[in-house]
Design a protein around this ligand. Structure first.
Ligand code: K1U
Ligand code: ZN
Length: 180
């Protein structure tokens, strides 16, 4: 089932997500993970955090390899955590499924070691650089209620926020006032 991706400025995007315990990993969570992966491929994106679909739990899905045709093999990770960070790098033209119509360079850690759990509660570790490192940081930021626009200059952010509010006002005018 496709899920609705929340868009800025939805306050649910600012909620800090709770970690999973082993006992909480149920069929319902497996289904949520499957739905999140389906949603990520449909958007399309290379990652998605549960926060973005309104679920305040530490679950992310990622796939940096899918080319639109090949077999889908999403990484589904619980409680992802950055263990070590090294260097600084610029992620070029970073985007976000929750921040429509905006891209920006973002300064991030160049290399991160990420530890997480699979749905089978196995511990896994990734030594990531370049796009993989940027994607891990972006998704873990979501779990902490942080958006990539929080990591750019105030000037660029303010310009985006103003443009987004205008866009929302225009959309509201087009659909008409809510009837109570
Ligand atoms: O979490 C998200 O909003 C998904 C986001 C992840 C991300 C992108 C770039 C750098 C770090 C993290 C996206 O997937 S935005 C869309 C995107 O980058 C993309 C979409 C289709 C093909 C290739 C990339
Ligand atoms: Zn995002």
């Amino acid at each position: 089932m496709l899920l609705t991706v929340l868009h800025f400025p939805d306050p649910k995007l600012r909620v800090e997500a709770e970690p999973f315990t082993k006992e909480e990993v149920s069929d319902e969570i497996r289904e949520l993970a499957r739905d999140m992966a389906e949603t990520m491929y449909d958007e399309p994106g290379i990652g998605l955090a549960a926060t973005q679909v309104g679920i305040a739990k530490r679950l992310i899905v990622m796939d940096l390899d899918w080319d639109g045709e090949s077999e889908r093999s999403p990484r589904i990770l619980l409680n992802p955590e950055i263990m070590t960070r090294e260097g600084r790098a610029l992620s070029e033209e970073e985007g976000c499924l929750s921040v429509p119509d905006f891209k920006s360079d973002v300064e991030r850690d160049a290399r991160v070691v990420v530890r997480a759990r699979t749905l089978d509660w196995e511990e896994v570790e990734f030594d990531a650089t370049e796009l993989e490192a940027f994607c891990f940081q972006h998704e873990i930021d979501h779990l902490n209620g942080v958006l990539f626009i929080d990591r750019i200059s105030r000037l660029k952010r303010d310009l985006y926020v103003r443009r987004r509010k205008k866009q929302l006002r225009r959309e509201q005018e087009e659909t008409g006032p809510a009837v109570s």
